[in-house]
Design a protein around this ligand. Structure first.
Ligand SMILES: *Cc1c(COP(=O)(O)O)cnc(C)c1O
Length: 446
């Protein structure tokens, strides 16, 4: 229980959210160190039979303190850019447990990764393979690669986050992959070390993994050769988390589908979890600036915007929101409480006879939590039934550890927020709030 209400007040571990907001300002990302560790150990434990390399997806949450924490717990890393490689190296990460994914690796990024001796490149096209061959030859190196397969599986997730369908830009189809393996003799500076895939995110069912792995296993069986031994099979990430009352497979349930199929291939397993480690281990704290009612709708205007957390605007993502201090016991869905389902069914207006607008008998109000950005999509919660909040109230946006700060921008020339990490009764600012002056760093008049 890393985020919980005690006597109506939100705590991260043993530190009150209200105190953190006062000391560090808002908007503020607050991470639970022990929650992150617990999630990492839970996933590794569930897959223990396969003894995988757990390559944490850096893009989901890339703060150095998070990377360094997971590294010390034994994590490897999945990177998608030279910038992320720099982060891994700076955090003391093990390059021999680092895999490099992404459809558009630049020559410079490939060179740096070869210098750093990463475990392997997940290649996403034949053209990329040619580039890696040329760069490795010039450096007198042999580049280890895994072929990222596009298994053409529907992972049934948001269209913007599905990656394993034929129409997506990711991966290589089986026919082209087969050609790569057959012609590998023409690429003397390449060593084919494995097969990789990543189907999308979040995936709330184990079935897509089973289907994709069955296809990949067939491919490995048919194509294994002295030049392509397929030591590794990388199933990617995408494991779902609880944002509200979804049914989420446990790590064990994912593992029960994945591990036996890996055993059949004789490969070593790599997994690339991001969201499932960080997602539920941070909240975004934001303060109410104003409230207003335009006669049709009520708005709660907060000091965080879509530049701080873009998931609702970009993916129509649902984030549970609740005041950090509230007389109302929140339906603690994060703790898998039995009343969560009941709450979420009542939350939508018009289903229980609550007034469509205004304050209902229980002291709740139907409101729209919006940010200061000049975009109508800058809305964290539309038509939510929340305890009444006035100016100065502190609101927690839950499950924001993954694709929260890592997707933050300075849009509307807003400095990016601070991040703090809590460990028991202690906390540390792991990223200073950006300053107004930093916003114009590097710009020149002309
Ligand atoms: C984004 C990404 C992941 C992580 O996905 P999560 O849903 O955060 O677990 C893993 N592998 C690749 C290649 C990715 O692009």
């Amino acid at each position: 229980m890393n985020f919980q209400y005690r006597s109506g007040e939100l705590f991260c571990e043993n530190v009150a959210a209200g105190g953190l907001a006062e000391k560090c300002g808002t908007p503020l990302y607050v991470y639970s160190k022990n929650g992150l560790l617990a999630a990492f150990h839970e996933i590794r434990g569930a897959f223990s039979e396969a003894a995988p390399i757990v390559a944490f997806s850096v893009k989901s949450c890339s703060n150095l303190a998070v990377l360094s924490l997971l590294r010390s717990a034994g994590a490897g890393f999945d990177i998608v850019s030279g910038g992320e490689l720099h982060r891994v190296v700076t955090a003391g990460g093990d390059s021999r447990k680092t895999v490099f994914s992404g459809v558009g690796k630049s020559d410079e990024e490939i060179r740096r990764a070869l210098e750093t001796d990463i475990l392997l490149f997940n290649i996403e096209s034949e053209a990329e393979l040619d580039s890696i061959q040329a760069i490795a030859a010039a450096m007198g190196k042999v580049a280890p690669v895994a072929i990222r397969i596009n298994p053409d599986i529907d992972a049934k997730t948001h269209t913007k986050t599905t990656t394993g369908k034929k129409e997506n830009k990711f991966g290589i189809d089986f026919v082209s992959a087969s050609r790569i393996v057959r012609n590998i003799a023409e690429q003397p500076n390449i060593r084919i070390l494995g097969i990789a895939m990543h189907l999308g995110s979040p995936i709330y069912s184990v079935e897509p993994y089973a289907q994709a792995l069955d296809k990949a296993s067939d491919f490995i069986r048919e194509h294994r050769s002295p030049r392509a031994q397929f030591e590794y099979l990388d199933v990617g990430g995408g494991f779902g988390i609880l944002y509200r009352d979804q049914t989420v497979p446990t790590f064990k349930e994912y593992a029960d589908v994945i591990s036996p199929r890996i055993r059949g291939t004789g490969c070593k397993l790599i997994i690339e979890p991001g969201r499932s480690i960080t997602g539920n281990n941070a909240v975004l704290l934001t303060r109410v600036l104003y409230t207003k009612d335009n006669g049709t709708k009520h708005f709660t205007i907060v000091d965080a915007g879509m530049n701080d957390l873009i998931r609702p605007a970009m993916y129509d993502a649902y984030h549970f929101c609740w005041p950090a201090r509230s007389e109302r016991t929140p339906p603690s869905y994060l703790f898998r409480s039995p009343d969560a389902k009941d709450y979420f069914s009542r939350e939508t207006p018009g289903t229980t006879g609550i007034h469509e607008r205004g304050v209902d008998a229980d002291g709740f109000r139907l409101t729209n939590v919006v940010g200061p950005i000049c975009e109508s999509s800058d809305c964290f919660a539309g038509n939510r039934r929340l305890p009444i909040m006035e100016r100065g109230a502190l609101l927690a946006v839950f499950s924001t550890g993954a694709y929260g700060f890592s997707m933050a921008s300075c849009y509307n020339s807003r400095p990016r927020p601070a991040e703090v990490m809590v460990d028991g009764s202690e906390y540390r600012e792991i990223r200073r709030r950006e300053t107004i002056e930093q916003l114009t760093d590097g710009e020149n008049l002309f």
